[in-house]
Design a binder for this molecule. Structure first.
Ligand code: FAQ
Length: 313
């Protein structure tokens, strides 16, 4: 069994739900996929706060569609976790009780509408850098979910950038609002890629199993290289005095994120951690009647189907 699994990984083939897999592989997949699903669901909140306050019907419709997409991503990912034997209700409990993580990035506030644009540009941009390689992840259901998610993230990123281009063509106050949002989101976005490679306990096993295809630092570097020319075109300054092109490496050098801040935010002490989890808990409690009704309806349908089968027999 182990040999068959090792050979599947070595040949770059997919591991599927019914295949034998080592416990550690299953555990780390459930951990990563659940954290990823939770991030999508909690990630609806920062931008979702702007749906009722969007400046035009067009912006409202776009934002609505984006936030709905994030709910969909959460659902694909919870379904992928279920193929590994996880129970979605249990995963939700773990999130609400603070026993499972979600991305640090969603613990920052969104005080202005420019934040919606910068989340699309930076956060969805970082998500694309991180998730396109996950489309080649060794676990079939996760990799397939990522293909669809990445297509949608790419629309999300462009809508953010287009929103910011519009604001940059506006008034001085609007341009200042965009720069302020860029200043606040740049470093937290770099932290989304996780701790530096030397301090990333899960990377070695995840890369050997081909769940992760690139290290945290490599993906962070790709994001910086992709974003710098976009910032120039937009006309904003990225808030890093050490950011410059390194001709020898053919990549940008950049400063070091404040890793103690990442630790603090992951540990529950970010600006909005309590608010985000509390909102998720109340939404879960307020939705209890829908789950009960759906379960009762499914049971009724099943009883009817059985009765019909009985009548036919
Ligand atoms: N925040 O050993 P590593 C999105 C944890 S979706 C919180 O390096 P690993 C779409 C890590 O879990 C964004 N925790 O871990 C969207 C581990 O803890 P554990 C989410 C973090 O797994 C856009 C510990 O630190 N994306 O943005 C973070 O090898 C707009 C040690 O770290 C994904 O989940 C962090 N930033 O690498 C939605 C992508 N970084 O579990 C709405 C899939 C690390 O041992 C609006 N996940 N930790 O207790 C991954 O690629 C990986 O899991 C990493 C972390 C790269 C996040």
């Amino acid at each position: 069994m182990q040999e068959h699994f090792d050979a599947t990984i070595a040949r770059d083939q997919r591991v599927e739900p019914r295949d034998w897999m080592p416990d550690g592989y299953r555990r780390t997949l459930v951990r990563q996929i659940a954290q990823h699903a939770h991030s999508e669901i909690i990630g609806m909140q920062p931008e979702g706060e702007w749906i009722t306050r969007a400046p035009s019907l067009r912006r409202k419709a776009i934002l609505f569609a984006k936030v709905q997409d994030e709910a969909g991503h959460g659902l694909y990912l919870y379904s992928a976790a279920e193929t590994l034997g996880a129970d979605r209700a249990d995963l939700t409990e773990r999130l609400i009780e603070g026993r499972q993580k979600y991305s640090s990035i969603f613990n920052y506030p969104t005080p202005t509408f420019a934040d919606v644009g910068v989340i699309g540009w930076f956060v969805d941009g970082a998500a694309i850098c991180n998730q396109v390689p996950l489309c080649r992840s060794s676990y079939g259901p996760y990799a397939r979910a990522m293909v669809r998610i990445c297509k949608e993230e790419s629309f999300h990123q462009r809508q953010g950038y287009e929103l910011l281009m519009t604001m940059m063509r506006g008034t001085g106050a609007q341009r200042a609002m965009v720069q302020d949002a860029v200043d606040r989101w740049w470093w937290p976005s770099l932290m989304m890629f996780g701790p530096p490679d030397g301090d990333s306990p899960n990377s070695a096993a995840s890369m050997a199993w081909k769940i992760k295809r690139h290290s945290n630092d490599e993906l962070r570097q790709r994001f910086v290289d992709m974003t710098v020319p976009q910032a120039e075109k937009l006309g904003v300054t990225l808030p890093d005095p050490d950011l410059r092109w390194n001709a020898e490496r053919g990549r940008h050098d950049f400063g070091t994120p404040d890793w103690s801040e990442l630790k603090r935010v992951i540990g529950g002490d970010g600006p909005c951690n309590a608010e985000r989890t509390e909102r998720r808990r109340s939404a879960h409690e307020e939705g209890a009647w829908v789950r009960e009704a759906a379960t009762a309806h499914a049971a009724k349908q099943e009883r009817r189907a059985r009765a019909q089968e009985g009548a036919v027999a």
